[in-house]
Design a protein around this ligand. Structure first.
Ligand SMILES: [Zn+2]
Length: 323
């Protein structure tokens, strides 16, 4: 803030009212930018506090794990209630084979948290598995809903952050689909504006920062793998050979396409940006079954990480979603 103080000193000395006015405008703009960045990015609590809260909350699940042991967390912004939004990365930072993994977009689904932490544990112990791969994992995308009792699907403003992505159809369809298709079900409220929620913007910003070739988002309890991305339906939108590569991944994972929603990650990243996006829907939200799911699904996750796919060229404009 030193430059603002200097500006005030300058203002006191300014002889010309025009110069003074220009300086006042500059101060106002600088302050607005600083305030916006500060309120969007600065968590009120620490990563250590977040880890302690997770440990306490998962204790009744008897998962027998320390969620943060040895994890090198990076913080990218803050949840609505001021908790740090964290991710960690593994593998070769130079590798273009980037897989982005999200878990706990819906905090009441529970079992995805175990999968996210177990994946971190596994990659900590098997660095040789990532010779030509880079993996970014955000295991608790939406922390606020996880620490309330009972846990909720939405964030602390009551928004389903997986209906809040600024897809092209958001303004025309998101609220209408919510009212008509979901009969204004509060669990699926998309927000009043696209990309209004920090937990949604967190995901967008990780996509922009790491330019993943593939995205895996772990949910429960629908018990299938859902593929969103280039398909035969988008032949006019993406090159044919790129579509074929994406479909190989879908076939390998035995994933299905179940349709997509205004403001969902699958619509935003898969349909609009053309990044193959797989939603792993675990069979239940039953914490007692979490270790069973890890055993069952870990090979699919590994094969997704290993799967190499050439980039969509030219890259789509990843700036959408932040407007
Ligand atoms: Zn979900």
């Amino acid at each position: 803030m030193r430059h603002l103080r200097n500006m005030k000193i300058f203002l006191n000395r300014a002889a010309s009212p025009l110069i003074a006015l220009t300086a006042v405008i500059a101060i106002a703009i600088a302050s607005a930018v600083l305030c916006t960045e500060a309120s969007a990015a600065e968590p009120k609590s620490s990563v250590g506090e977040l880890c302690a809260s997770i440990s306490k909350t998962i204790a009744p699940f008897k998962w027998n794990m320390d969620p943060c042991q040895g994890v090198d967390w990076s913080v990218h912004g803050s949840s609505v209630q001021g908790r740090p939004l964290v991710y960690t990365e593994f593998g070769d930072p130079q590798s273009k084979n980037v897989t982005l993994v999200f878990a706990m977009v819906h905090p009441d689904e529970i079992t995805p948290l175990y999968m996210g932490i177990q994946l971190i544990r596994y990659l900590q112990g098997h660095p040789a598995d990532l010779k030509d791969a880079r993996v970014i994992i955000a295991p608790l995308v939406n922390p606020d809903g996880f620490f309330v009792n009972p846990k909720i699907r939405m964030n602390s403003r009551g928004v389903d952050v997986n209906r809040n992505f600024a897809t092209h159809d958001w303004k025309t369809n998101a609220l209408r689909a919510w009212k008509v298709r979901y009969k204004s079900n509060a669990r699926r409220f998309p927000g009043h504006e696209p990309a209004s929620e920090p937990e949604t913007r967190f995901q967008v910003q990780l996509i922009q920062k790491f330019q993943p070739r593939k995205i895996l988002s772990i949910h429960s309890p629908l018990n299938h793998m859902d593929y969103d991305g280039p398909s035969s339906l988008s032949l006019d939108k993406f090159p044919k050979d790129y579509i074929q590569e994406c479909l190989k991944l879908r076939t390998q994972l035995n994933a299905v396409s179940t349709g997509f929603f205004p403001g969902s990650l699958g619509n935003y990243a898969g349909q609009e940006l053309g990044i193959p996006t797989v939603t792993l829907e675990l069979p239940t939200a039953n914490a007692a079954k979490a270790s069973e799911y890890w055993i069952k699904f870990q090979s699919g996750i590994h094969s997704m990480i290993d799967f190499k796919i050439e980039p969509l060229s030219p890259r789509h404009d990843l700036a959408i979603g932040l407007q």
